[in-house]
Design a protein around this ligand. Structure first.
Ligand code: NAD
Length: 336
């Protein structure tokens, strides 16, 4: 199968490229504009050198280029992950979020529509759109996790741009008959995540003896999913013929930000005998800072629909995945 994948030099996209390359025979064309959030080290040389993988530096907003790629590559599936993803940046500079997340998705939808209309391909073309739990807004402590039918109530410009893109995908399905699936997943963690994100920033600050800023009390709850488990879930969906469906993908693993920070500190206490800057304990570096505007208290997803239809579950325990993640950042900090 020929897979056109957007955002494959990013954190989740590159994990999916590695998953598909090592566990299928699919041919992959990765398109990415190599923004600051991308990391070319995330694709191993063995993949870059293979006939089954190619890469093009493209901004997905450029519809003519995207159409040209459809025409030449003739994909069986589009897997769309390219997006601006950092909530803090969406508060300071929302415009690029509307460009890449809304207009970028629109450009891919239009190119897909033309590709279908021109009968330029022979198989069951599918548009897989990767989205976030943040489209649902936040939950109080005692509410049930979000299901696929929960209403959209995005809080940040990032979440609103992703919600817009989900609506566009659904409407191209309903109005133009474009076959699609949408997955809304919870917070991912693991190797190759950009250092601006919460877990890498926490690890990298701690090992270099810098303060670790925690928004407000640190009691915000997220459902943490190991990126390789997410990539496996997407691989299952890509190999399936389901269409016009939406799935929540989560790990049923709710933790507060302060719990995560303390877990990282305790892993480092075991791993790193020599502490930086003469600190006594890593946890001494935790500093509470003013909360960010519109900060959601809790995200939690009910993934039972996906789990039941596809018999998917996370592979290893959260603690083991976190240990692996911290060890990875200790070894690879220089390539980030
Ligand atoms: P990321 O920021 O690590 O990577 C995004 C990639 O997209 C980068 O390589 C970047 O260069 C590329 N990109 C951005 N704008 C582009 C454009 N206009 N044209 C071409 N390429 C462009 O993001 P990620 O964490 O890997 O997230 C991937 C997808 O998963 C996103 O759609 C995001 O909304 C979604 N998601 C992420 C998480 C998470 O916890 N990381 C959770 C839920 C959903």
């Amino acid at each position: 199968m020929k897979i056109l994948l957007t955002g494959g030099m990013g954190f989740i996209g590159s994990s999916l490229v590695r998953e598909l390359f090592y566990n299928s025979n699919h041919e992959i064309l990765n398109i990415d504009n190599l923004s600051y959030a991308s990391n070319t080290y995330s694709i191993p040389k063995e993949i870059k050198d293979s006939d089954r993988y190619s890469f093009l530096k493209i901004n997905i907003v450029d519809q003519n280029k995207v159409e040209e790629i459809f025409h030449q590559f003739r994909p069986d599936k589009l897997v769309h992950l390219a997006a601006e993803t950092h909530v803090d940046n969406s508060i300071s500079s929302p415009d690029i979020f509307l460009q890449s997340n809304v207009l970028g998705t629109f450009s891919l939808l239009e190119a897909s529509k033309k590709y279908l209309i021109n009968k330029n391909h022979s198989g069951d073309f599918m548009f897989h759109h990767i989205s976030t739990d943040e489209v649902y807004g936040d939950l109080s402590i005692d509410q049930n996790p979000f299901t696929e039918s929960s209403p959209y109530m995005p809080s940040s410009p990032y979440a609103a741009s992703k919600a817009s893109s989900d609506h566009l995908v659904r409407s191209w399905g309903r109005t133009f008959g474009l076959p699609f699936t949408i997955t809304n997943c919870s917070n991912n963690f693991g190797p190759f995540q950009h250092r601006e994100k919460f877990i890498p920033k926490t690890i990298l600050n701690l090992i270099s003896g810098k303060k670790v800023p925690i928004y407000g009390s640190g009691n915000q709850i997220r459902d943490w999913l190991f990126v390789e488990d997410h990539a496996k879930a997407l691989h299952i969906l890509i190999d399936n013929k389901k269409k016009y469906d939406t799935y929540n993908i989560g790990a049923k693993n709710e933790r507060t930000n302060i719990e995560i920070t303390k877990l990282v500190c305790s892993i480092l206490e075991d791993k790193m005998v020599d502490k930086p800057n003469n600190i006594k304990k890593y946890s001494d570096l935790i500093t509470h800072v003013e909360d960010r505007p519109g900060h959601d208290l809790r995200y939690a997803l009910d993934p039972s629909r996906f789990e039941n239809e596809f018999t998917w579950q996370t592979d290893v325990s959260f603690e083991k995945s976190m240990l692996h993640t911290v060890e990875w950042y200790l070894e690879n900090a220089k390539n980030l």
